[in-house]
Design a protein. Structure first.
Length: 205
């Protein structure tokens, strides 16, 4: 199978290496809880976690799951975490996983269409792709745009539900649900549109 491969970016790798210890434990915890609740992973499933950092998502999955992480920053290298730039593709055979997670990653990826196609390739038939992206309608995003605050987090894209649905359908996915993660600071959102980020559940068609 021949696929188009986007060039890797040393600049991208160095950007995230410089920020590998940026994290907010409360925000991460609420993202992982929302994502795994929507995903519905079961014991025995094979899970790929792209942009895994140190693999903390594993703590929110059922026991008996086969877990594999990928991250671009060498600081996260571990037995279950492969250091790899997904701009070069996803280095696993077709149909390797039941679930693929990308938590706050797709907005950083230079070629999201190519990346989503690779995710579909490594999923088994009927496999599930769960991702979260910042909510462009969150008050923080609106204020940053209004006052032209420069991005410091490496965001390349902003995704609405409509554009996310379209990107999924163009890559052979059906949107099967979505939910909010947290308000800011990290507390449960009063309603989904107030969430700092949105989790989407896609099914491979």
């Amino acid at each position: 199978m021949t696929t188009h491969v986007a060039p890797s970016s040393p600049e991208l790798r160095e950007f995230y290496r410089a920020r590998y210890n940026w994290r907010n434990a409360g925000e991460e915890r609420m993202r992982f809880r929302s994502a795994t609740k929507l995903a519905r992973v079961q014991t025995g499933n094979a899970v790929l976690d792209i942009g895994s950092r140190n693999g903390d998502l594993r703590k929110y999955l059922p026991p008996g799951v086969t877990y594999q992480g990928i991250d671009i920053a060498p600081e996260f290298a571990a037995p279950e975490i492969l250091i790899h730039d997904i701009s070069l593709g996803i280095p696993f055979p077709d149909g390797s996983f039941d679930f693929v997670f990308m938590i706050e990653v797709l907005e950083h990826v230079p070629s999201p269409y190519h990346t989503m196609g690779e995710v579909r390739r490594v999923l088994k038939p009927g496999g599930v792709y769960v991702l979260s992206v910042p909510n462009p309608y969150h008050v923080k995003e609106l204020i940053w745009n209004l006052f032209r605050v420069a991005d410091r987090q490496g965001h390349l894209y902003s995704w609405t539900r409509q554009t996310m649905t379209r990107l999924g359908s163009m890559n052979g996915f059906r949107l099967d649900g979505h939910r909010g993660t947290y308000f800011y600071p990290p507390i449960p959102p009063p309603f989904p549109l107030a969430s700092r980020s949105i989790v989407y559940r896609f099914v491979k068609t």
